[in-house]
Structures are given as structure tokens and as C-alpha cells.
Design a protein around this ligand. Structure first.
Ligand SMILES: *Cc1c(COP(=O)(O)O)cnc(C)c1O
Ligand SMILES: [Zn+2]
Length: 388
């Protein structure tokens, strides 16, 4: 394994790798004020690069996330539901309409449980089993919990899902079928997250992506795949819906690692998209931000359940990634997301869940703001579970 250390994103303290490490031991006050000291996994990138490549090509013949094992916090691949290896394909009408050289969809709706979350669950499940845990937990509006429950069902672990009071009945139905212990909060996702974290002392393994440092490592494999699929080049723009801020941060980390290893020469601009009704990252970012078009109706609520997060746990990580990539944060109304979902279905034939369609709504808004001529944009279609 090429992990060299863990670094706190808050106090920058450096710690030895420890498979059970969680939040920064030096930042205990952070967790209580919503600014936990989140640990970031560091690697020996020289060794990782040498292991990634052999005879001019990628050494691994695997098609799942373990293809990039040298940059993962695992000694060896585990036999789990196969996550990763999803297609990247262009949609010419989108490129024409928004004035880009190419608009490509990274189709994460093809993951085992229909969401990018499976990339993170892979690492969590592998590590939990290696450490001998029998129980795993997370807080989730649906996708993370369903992913966790499916991997647990597949490996004989017990899954505990902490869901917000407004969790969809369809998603709760799947959690039950997958055999999860469902704990419905009386509050929102942020409250369910706090309730889930209070269970850690029972020895359950955490699949809370923002806090457990190994999960982001699974999500970053999406950047490695995109770069490999583009012939070892980074796109100009990477657009993704933002909730707890793990997914876009993870992609940003992946792209930075690839550049640091000398595999790519450029970084994509990260473009985060939030629903206008719940857009804390747009409010916090000091760089370029875009509000919905003035003629868009302002909503008090959003149907984008998978990104309805008022206190994004990985905010600090994302703000740093946005700064390093000259990124943009965009707020879009639910009306724009609904039109984008229709357009993804009607023009690309892609069944994106409502939340994921925010990526296309974000591209539309960005293209109004500035010319994207000659650019290549990749949209992360993060999930494809049919909406209720
Ligand atoms: C979880 C999720 C997101 C957002 O990811 P964060 O890491 O919470 O920012 C976006 N889209 C879908 C479909 C998701 O399930
Ligand atoms: Zn710290």
C-alpha cells in the first residue's frame, strides 16, 4: 500500500496512517461547530505512479475501482459488487446548444446500485471487513444508504441507515428489501447525520463519506477513469451536483493527483451545482458564483433530495479544491433542474435522477454567463434511481 500519512484539512496536522483513524484528534472542538478536522489520505506518489503503469500502459486489467489500487488505501482488491468502469460518452446536441467542443456524460447511473456512491462504499466495505467489523452505518437521504445496504447484503454485514424524516418511501422500501436496519430521524439530513455519528461508539464502521477519510478515495477514482477515457488528458470543465461536498472534492483530488504524478498537464475547472433553495456552498465560496437567472422563480424548497444539505461536512475540502482549480459554484432553480432532466432523457436517452440533472442545468447557466467555445465539459451523472 502506498499510503504515507493522514493530514488534517483544518489544522494541517500530519498523522501516521491508522486503518481506524477517523476525525483529527487535535481538532475535537470542530465537530461540535460543524467544522470537523477531516483527515485526508496522503500517498507516496512516485511509488504509486510506478505501480499504476507497466510497459507504457496501465498495469491493472481490472475494470472496477480496484484498477487504481496503487492510489487507494487498500492492500488488495476485494470481491464485492463491481463498482466503477462506467462509460463516458458525448452528446452532440448539448455541445451545439451550449457552444462547446464537446459535452460528455460520465454515466454513474450504471453503478451496481445506480449511483456514484458505490465507489465510496467499495472502499468502506473492503476496509470494514478487513478490520473485522460486522456492522456498518451511514446517514443518507437514500443513495448512500442503499449503496451501503446492497454491499452489506452482498457480504453478509449488517447495515444501519439513518434517514431524514422526509426520506422517500420508494427509497425506504429498497432499504427494507436490502435488509437494512432503518432509523428514521424526526429531522432533516443534518440531524440524521448527528444521530448516526452518536452510534460510532458501538463499534460500527462508518460509511459517512465526509468523516471517514477512506471514502473520498473511492470517489476520486471517477477522475482517474475520466482521464484514462480521454486518452490521459483532463477535461476543461468537470460539472457535478454538490451536497455534503465529498463527490466534487474527490474528483478534484483525483485530478490534482494525476497532475502531480505528471500523468496530465492541466486541471479541469470544477463546477459545483446546488439547488437554489439549499445552496450553502454557493454562499460560502469567495470565487465566481452564479445565481439562478433573474426570471427563474425562487423556491423555498427543493426536490433535489440527494443534495439537500444545509451544513456540508466537507465544505473546507471543496472550497480548497475550488480555489486550486479556479472553480465556479452555481445555484439553479428546481424549474431549471426539471428542464435539464427532461433534456437528458429526451435528447440523450439518459435516465438521470432529479438531483443529477442539476449538472446539466449548471452547464446551461454557465454557458449563459461566459463563452465555452472550444471547451470539453464532463458532466457527472451521479445517480439514476427513478424519482418517486
Ligand atoms: C450524494 C449525491 C450527490 C452529492 O454528493 P456529495 O458528496 O454529498 O456532495 C449528488 N448526486 C447524487 C445522485 C447523490 O446521490
Ligand atoms: Zn486537525
Amino acid at each position: 500500500m502506498n499510503v504515507s500519512s493522514l493530514r488534517c484539512l483544518r489544522c494541517h496536522g500530519e498523522f501516521d496512517w491508522d486503518g481506524e483513524a477517523y476525525l483529527c484528534p487535535r481538532c475535537p472542538e470542530g465537530a461540535s461547530v460543524g467544522d470537523a478536522g477531516i483527515l485526508d489520505v496522503q500517498y507516496d506518489y512516485k511509488a504509486a505512479r510506478e505501480q499504476l503503469f507497466a510497459n507504457g500502459g496501465l498495469a491493472s486489467e481490472r475494470r472496477d475501482v480496484f484498477r487504481y489500487l496503487p492510489v487507494l488505501p487498500l492492500e488488495q482488491p476485494a470481491e464485492l459488487l463491481p463498482a466503477g468502469g462506467t462509460p463516458l460518452f458525448g452528446v452532440r446536441t448539448f455541445a451545439q446548444q451550449y457552444g462547446l467542443a464537446a459535452v460528455l456524460l460520465k454515466d454513474e447511473t450504471r453503478e451496481p446500485t445506480r449511483a456514484l456512491k458505490d465507489r465510496a462504499t467499495t472502499i468502506a466495505t473492503a476496509r470494514a471487513r478487513k478490520l473485522g467489523h460486522t456492522d456498518i452505518y451511514c446517514a443518507s437521504a437514500g443513495n448512500a444508504a442503499i449503496s451501503m445496504a446492497a454491499f452489506a447484503a452482498n457480504t453478509g454485514m449488517r447495515a444501519h441507515a439513518f434517514v431524514p424524516s422526509d426520506a422517500s418511501e420508494v427509497r425506504l422500501g429498497w432499504l427494507t428489501r436490502l435488509g437494512a436496519d432503518v432509523r428514521r430521524s424526526s429531522g432533516d439530513y443534518d440531524q440524521a447525520f448527528a444521530e448516526a455519528e452518536s452510534m460510532r461508539e458501538r463499534g460500527w464502521y462508518s460509511r459517512n463519506c465526509a468523516f471517514n477519510p477512506v471514502l473520498v478515495e473511492g470517489k476520486k477514482t471517477v477522475a482517474y477513469e475520466i482521464v484514462e477515457q480521454l486518452g490521459w488528458r483532463a477535461p476543461d470543465l468537470l460539472i457535478c451536483p454538490v451536497g455534503d461536498a465529498c463527490t466534487l472534492s474527490a474528483a478534484g483530488k483525483g485530478f490534482r493527483e494525476l497532475a502531480a504524478m505528471g500523468i496530465t498537464e492541466t486541471l479541469p475547472r470544477l463546477v459545483g451545482v446546488q439547488a437554489a433553495a439549499v445552496s450553502p456552498v454557493v454562499s460560502s465560496f469567495r470565487g465566481v458564483t452564479l445565481a439562478p437567472r433573474p426570471d427563474e422563480q425562487a423556491e423555498a424548497e427543493t426536490a433535489a433530495a440527494s443534495i439537500k444539505v444545509k451544513r456540508p461536512r466537507n465544505l473546507r475540502r471543496l472550497l480548497s479544491e475550488l480555489e486550486q482549480s479556479a472553480g465556479v459554484m452555481i445555484a439553479v432553480g428546481d424549474g431549471a433542474i426539471r428542464r435539464a432532466q427532461q433534456q437528458l432523457a429526451g435528447e440523450a436517452g439518459v435516465i438521470a435522477e432529479f438531483t443529477s440533472a442539476a449538472a446539466l442545468a449548471g452547464l446551461e447557466r454557465l454557458a449563459e454567463h461566459e463563452s465555452l467555445a472550444g471547451r470539453t465539459a464532463v458532466l457527472l451523472i451521479t445517480g439514476g434511481r427513478p424519482d418517486d
